[in-house]
Design a protein around this ligand. Sequence first.
Ligand code: UDP
Length: 352
Amino acid sequence: MALKIMILGANGFIGSALTSAILRERDWEVYGIDLADNKLGELPKDERFHFVEGDITINREWVEYHVKKCDVVVPLVAIANPAQYVTHPLRVFELDFEANLAVVRHCVKYGKRLVFPSTSELYGMSPDAVLDEETSPLVYGPINKQRWIYAASKQLLDRVIYAYGVRDSLDYTLFRPFNFIGPNLDNIEEPKEGSSRVFTQFLSNVLYRRPFKLVDGGRQKRSFTFIDDAIECLLTILENRDGRATRRIFNIGNPDNCVSIRELAERTIRIAQEFPELRDAARATEIIEVSAGEYYGKYYQDIQVRVPAIQAAKRDLGWQPHTDLDTAIRRTIEFYVKLGSFDPLNAAASGL
Ligand code: UDP
């Protein structure tokens, strides 16, 4: 019998890419819910995709009924954007922790497999140069640095899920995304500065001809992972052949794509110039430095470097990432160009 997968947040960055890959590459059924369907394109027309527009904090009966009905539950509804950790910390707690705890408990009650997004943010300011799922310490700043409410919420949920695994044999996998980038990450036409994650913020700045702002000089490093690589890993986790992913934690990241934010800015400008639509704007883009306090306010604290250990995924899932950073940047820009996101830029340039 074909697997029935429930995806909460099916219209999100990961949810939409995962739904699309499942329908394309597997014969599984997907039951999805989200607030909107703008990233799903034609997918809702697929007879194996059962999608409803709704809010998991309101449509609770739908959620419980479908946990009961499905084999695997993938709760992807969350705020995962540092700008919002400092502006809306309680909203982050209520959605990322409280709403998801209810779903976790349904999985325990009905004995369903849970594939849950932990986060690379969970390692915080860990002193380890390479972050390991089983051994790295998780290190956060003081309470007045509200940025850490996201990591702390996620950490507690990881611990709760782990404990349900020990006590009730809950069948779960925790996965930790490391700066996924790709089509549909954020809406780059969103004019508000500081509302997106760094890469889409840069693309938005090209569109609006604004300078790239490097927080504290852009020396901090991230390992950027192309969404298609990540989705391949998630399909293997969902498949869970011989229970290889059961009660395990996996980093999903690309250590070969670890660069400073300054390097990301320079590469984005260079690669954007390959696209005729963006050439002039990209060439004219300035890079300036701002302090973290100016950019995010006093509740922010940064992470200097974040490199995943991926031996566990390599060894036990047979997975490894393939997409280098330039290709990931190029394919993402290509997507937004095709979508028409940069059209206002050309209208402005031609005086329309
Ligand atoms: N950042 C930056 N300029 C921007 C937006 C973000 O220099 O316009 C920095 C931010 O301070 C952080 C890094 O880029 O060090 C990555 O930020 P992002 O919001 O993508 O997520 P994070 O990796 O911190 O979860």
